[in-house]
Design a protein. Structure first.
Length: 236
């Protein structure tokens, strides 16, 4: 059974739009008729910017861990388009491989900046506009955030923070803004294939499939769903 979404006359802001998951989410929302605004610290037409058609989105270069950049970007989106309906907090990354007692403090700062602070700042400044449109926020947590584990505790902690902030935003905005998270495991991305060349890629989740879940969580089909952390890890 195929499912179609129609987000005509809606405006979405996607952070981390140049990454593998961000670009898949952008493509899905564009295909659904959304006006997509994409933010990223990486410029289009560079090797690390994976969105195949940058012209399909209104691009804003910004560091979403910098509050001034976030304010300027969200103000620009609303000034240009008159509204903001959806915020997709996709910006994030993974670092690991060392136990806590060997982990550099810079790694802690980096992961919490990229994975959690970006989500906090974008949500903080988007919420007033999303209240006006009765919109939605969807953020990316991780399956591994559900428990501790060896070698990537800082990553897990940062992604657990995304879940807790999602629940908090949902509680603080009942009836006006829905906030949910998705929890992937290993996503089939070029970076993950490079990092784990001997893995079974067939069990990994296609970013396009995760993008469809984000569409669903922004749609009218989930008007009674807020504060949820949705598994999107398939067999991974």
């Amino acid at each position: 059974m195929s499912v179609e979404f129609n987000f005509d006359d809606k405006v979405a802001l996607i952070t981390g739009v140049g990454g593998a998951l961000g670009s898949a989410v952008a493509n899905a929302f564009v295909e659904a008729g959304t006006t997509v605004c994409g933010g990223d610290i990486i410029e289009p037409n560079t090797e690390d910017f994976l969105l195949s058609d940058p012209e399909s989105v209104d691009f804003y270069q910004a560091d979403f861990s910098d509050e001034d950049d976030v304010v300027d970007t969200i103000d620009a989106v609303v000034d240009e388009h008159g509204q903001l309906d959806y915020l997709l907090n996709i910006a994030g990354t993974w670092r690991g491989g060392t136990p806590i007692h060997e982990t550099d403090a810079n790694t802690f700062d980096f992961l919490f900046d990229v994975n959690l602070k970006t989500m906090f700042l974008a949500s903080k400044h988007a919420i007033p506009h999303l209240r006006a449109s009765e919109g939605a926020i969807v953020s990316v947590s991780a399956r591994s955030s559900l428990e501790g584990g060896e070698g990537d505790g800082i990553y897990r902690a940062s992604k657990a923070g995304v879940r807790l902030l999602t629940e908090t935003i949902a509680a603080e905005n009942l009836g006006s803004v829905r906030a949910n998270a998705v929890m992937p495991s290993v996503i089939d991305t070029p970076m993950n294939r490079e990092m784990m060349p001997d893995a079974d890629f067939e069990t990994w989740v296609d970013p396009k499939d995760i993008a469809d879940v984000l569409l669903f969580l922004c749609s009218d089909a989930t008007t009674v769903t807020s504060g949820a952390a949705v598994p999107v890890y398939g067999e991974a």
